[in-house]
Design a protein around this ligand. Structure first.
Ligand SMILES: Cc1cc2nc3c(=O)[nH]c(=O)nc-3n(C[C@H](O)[C@H](O)[C@H](O)COP(=O)(O)OP(=O)(O)OC[C@H]3O[C@@H](n4cnc5c(N)ncnc54)[C@H](O)[C@@H]3O)c2cc1C
Length: 370
């Protein structure tokens, strides 16, 4: 009999789990993607929207699921009955599962009162308005910030770099500052990338105030800790993330799910988690796909596939839009690899096929788009 694998989510991690299971477990697994939103949204391109250089691609999720060998069910998972291996939908229906993979992503919270929030969705009118105000001469000092280091910082730097590039093109000027709780720009990649980023930003006249947490923006003053008040005309912030909770799935106070080396939910049978909802501190699409691959390998091996399931060994790969040529960033996150981070003019992982680099998803989406 086939194993029923239910995936709670319809984003990056969910699709990668389905694709990897199709490859590794084939006919042994019957996969259902259960997600309330009927579309798959490719959010990384949102940074280009306010500057008119990109648009956010959306795909029909039912069609993607079918192409990945899975069924799609338009509903959210509201709770899990672990004792009886049942996922309960928002509409009260029960889905029996052999394995359940939880990947509902995060809720986006308003981070800095008074600041404009960059939500990373298709409509980014408020950030577009800031550009118009700079060109109109009413805005001279702009800060880009984020509330915690536990998110994905790359869009912060892209917004600053794209703003500078746009101003250079239009012949306007403004003081641009990144206010970040990080110790150095994009430190999460490693020392090499942080040093090159600092150089790149200095070359574009973007000041960096590192080790600085934004608190609120009021009457032209950004309150920060520990630096105190900083004067700006406008402040743009990335959102704060909180895990999306599903009743019956253990989570920490911020809604994140704690996982083991094979991305199994700790102390739960036949329950896995992947992507932004996990307590792994970096929330990034490439890492979501790596966790999804680890989950699929663990399930496929149990179903008899001749593989040794790998442990999660995260490597960060990022494509940085600078307003000119892109830069490609890479660094291993876990111990044992030493300082490996690089920033290069060509992707060390092969062709540039999008901003989310995953074993299956990148080529799959490129194929669908083509
Ligand atoms: C502006 C921006 C730029 C980014 N740039 C990059 C980048 O350059 N490279 C990169 O790798 N990553 C990037 N990311 C991060 C990347 O988008 C996320 O890390 C990734 O989408 C996380 O995947 P996920 O599957 O965990 O969650 P998501 O992709 O958010 O998917 C969650 C899914 O779960 C569904 N869902 C919610 N609740 C339930 C429920 N109860 N039951 C069932 N389904 C549910 C949702 O509808 C959604 O389909 C960027 C993010 C933003 C916002």
């Amino acid at each position: 009999m086939k194993e029923s694998v239910v995936i709670a989510g319809g984003g990056v991690a969910a699709l990668e789990v389905a694709l990897a299971l199709r490859d590794l477990a084939g006919a042994e697994a019957e996969v259902t993607i259960c997600s309330p939103r009927p579309t798959f949204v490719y959010r990384p391109y949102a940074v280009g929207v306010p500057y008119g250089v990109a648009r956010v691609a959306t795909y029909d999720l039912e069609r993607l699921a079918a192409a990945a060998g899975a069924r799609y069910r338009a509903d959210s998972i509201a709770s899990v009955d672990r004792a009886n291996r049942l996922a309960v939908t928002h509409d009260g229906e029960t889905l029996p599962y052999g394995d359940l993979v939880v990947c509902p992503g995060t809720k986006l919270l308003w981070p800095v009162p008074g600041a404009i929030t960059f939500w990373g969705i298709a409509e980014e009118r408020d950030v577009g308005k800031v550009m118009a105000e700079i060109r109109g001469g009413g805005t001279r000092r702009v800060a880009f910030t984020m509330p915690t280091v536990e998110s994905w910082a790359l869009p912060l730097y892209e917004l600053a770099l794209l703003t500078r590039a746009e101003l250079e093109r239009s012949g306007d000027d403004a003081e641009l500052t990144v206010v970040t709780p990080e110790d150095a720009p994009l430190q999460i990649f490693g020392r090499g990338v942080a040093e090159e980023m600092a150089e790149l930003l200095a070359g574009r006249r973007i000041e960096v105030r590192s080790g600085t947490h934004p608190v609120r923006f009021e009457e032209g003053v950004l309150e920060t800790v520990p630096a105190g008040p900083l004067p700006f005309d406008k402040v743009v912030s990335l959102p704060k993330l909180e895990g999306r909770r599903i009743r019956g799935v253990p989570h920490d106070v911020e809604g994140f799910v704690r996982i083991g080396r094979h991305c199994e939910v700790l102390e739960c049978d036949c329950l896995y988690a992947a992507g932004d909802v996990t307590s792994f501190p970096v929330k990034q699409g490439g890492l979501a796909t790596q966790q999804a691959d680890v989950v699929a390998e663990a399930i496929a091996a149990r179903l008899g596939a001749p593989i040794e399931p790998a442990e999660f060994d995260p490597v960060l790969r990022g494509v940085l839009w600078t307003g000119g040529d892109s830069r490609y960033l890479q660094g291993w996150l876990a111990g044992g690899h030493g300082e490996t981070s690089t920033m290069t003019a060509a992707p060390p992982w092969g062709a540039d096929r999008g901003k989310i680099v995953g074993r299956y998803l990148t080529d799959f989406l490129a194929g669908v788009a083509a």
